[in-house]
Write a protein that binds this ligand. Structure first.
Ligand code: AOS
Ligand code: ZN
Ligand code: ZN
Ligand code: ZN
Length: 424
């Protein structure tokens, strides 16, 4: 299924007048907008291949139909999202869920949709068919060397797959840990994991990055071997300058100050990228910005400040990705909403008056500092985000157009009602 460009044009024509009025008003409030709009046009957020099917919980799954049945169809879905918002120009694959049969054809298909291949993800949290050893008691940490070897080889295989596709980073998320006190020698689990990661790291091409994602709990509920940013940092610091920490917003203990974590990792040159989502309890993987838009803004505030201080390119120097999927929404609409929330938070962070904030901080003017941040956060920047889409040929209202074109209905007609996306 493809969206014809005249459909986007007539959608935009219909909304144009109201949009222009709003844009003029926004510009009158904030002044210079051209710089911001260009930054928004450049900013792309990768879509994880596993988010295109309905998520689920361990209690049930309620698929909505028309889900992608193959890697090709996942690429087509991300292509649809990108056509609607021009901000989802990359797909992140999970191996072995997404192994291509024909690499050249897959690359051509992705290019037709203007998509790049973002980080490739390894999977040592599930046993795969025909696998010799089980990951029941962990993978890279395992007390059994043969299990570790199998997991290392899998990661190296994922790098090879990524090279073939033109990806330039590997994300490692480990479910490794323990469920009960006494089950694991923490120090030995750490050492085994480090040695395993070193072998994987040695297989990285020189232009590649390795992201080590941390997570406080789940599926192990007593300890996790890469449980928090400090632990991830301690590994990536030892591994070398191609290794970085990946922050998944849902992987922290309640009330963690994620923006401070982000600021310090960035300062240390060890922040690699993000998995955006939102949560109330744990790794809920809800739509980004659905619950805590102010937190999302505060994170971007640190990112913009820290990246600018280092002269980094906002669009390319960190890995931006969504990691969310849910049970009750159309996954495509959910992803459009996440991208929109991320773009809004980024735009608001660009509005922060840095000079005034610095003065307020140096004068210990707490009230002024808060007002500066909240003024930016409370500015309605949606017209700027929409303008960036308009200028790049995407839709002024992506979810609206998705619904008007009945895209889900079209996908169900094409693929059937009872489809199960490969993967989770
Ligand atoms: C797991 O909780 C992590 O967030 C992973 O990044 C990701 O969700 C997983 O690799 C997909 O199965
Ligand atoms: Zn994640
Ligand atoms: Zn997660
Ligand atoms: Zn998550």
């Amino acid at each position: 299924m493809l969206i014809e460009s005249n459909k986007i044009t007539s959608h935009n024509d219909e909304l144009f007048k109201a949009h222009k009025n709003k844009l003029v008003f926004t510009a009158s409030e904030i002044g210079e907008t051209e710089n911001i709009i260009q930054k928004l046009i450049d900013f792309q957020i990768a879509i994880p291949s596993w988010a295109l099917g309905t998520g689920g919980t361990r209690f049930g799954r309620f698929p909505g139909g028309g889900e992608p049945r193959s890697l090709e169809e996942k690429i087509e879905d991300v292509g649809l999202l990108h056509a609607l918002n021009n901000a989802s120009g990359a797909i992140s694959l999970h191996i072995p869920w997404d192994i291509p049969t024909d690499y050249q054809a897959i690359k051509v298909l992705a290019a037709q949709h203007n998509l790049k291949f973002d980080a490739v993800n390894s999977n040592t949290f599930q046993n795969q068919v025909n696998q010799t050893h089980s990951y029941k008691f962990g993978s890279l940490q395992n007390v059994n060397k043969a299990v570790r070897k199998q997991a290392i080889e899998h990661n190296i295989e994922v790098i090879q797959q990524g090279i073939a596709l033109g990806s330039e980073s590997l994300t490692v998320w480990l479910a490794d840990g323990s469920c009960f006190p006494g089950q694991l020698n923490f120090r030995k689990a750490y050492q085994n994991t480090l040695e395993s990661l070193e072998e994987i790291y040695a297989a990285l091409p020189s232009n590649w990055k390795m992201f080590l994602e941390y997570k406080c709990a789940e599926p192990n509920f007593y300890s996790t071997t890469v449980a928090d940013w400090g632990q991830s940092y301690s590994y990536v610091k030892k591994l070398g300058n191609k290794a970085f920490t990946l922050v998944d917003l849902g992987h922290h203990l309640p009330n963690a100050n994620i923006e401070q974590i982000v600021a310090l990792l960035l300062m240390e040159g060890k922040l690699g990228g993000f998995h955006f989502n939102d949560s109330k309890y744990g790794d809920d993987d809800l739509t980004a910005g659905a619950l805590k838009p102010y937190q999302l803004f505060l994170i971007f505030n640190e990112l913009v400040e820290g990246m600018d201080a280092k002269g980094m390119n906002h669009a390319t120097d960190l890995g931006w990705m969504i990691d969310a999927s849910h049970n009750v929404k159309d996954p495509m609409e959910d992803l459009l909403q996440s991208v929109e929330a991320i773009m809004i938070a980024y735009t608001q962070a660009l509005l922060v008056d840095r000079k005034a904030l610095e003065i307020a901080q140096n004068e210990n003017d707490v009230v002024r500092a808060q007002e500066i941040l909240q003024n930016a956060f409370r500015t309605d920047v949606r017209a700027l985000v929409a303008e960036a889409r308009l200028r790049s040929g995407a839709a002024l209202n992506p979810v609206g157009l998705y619904r008007d074109l009945a895209i889900r209905k079209g996908l169900i007609t094409e693929r059937g009602l009872k489809t199960v996306a490969t993967g989770l």
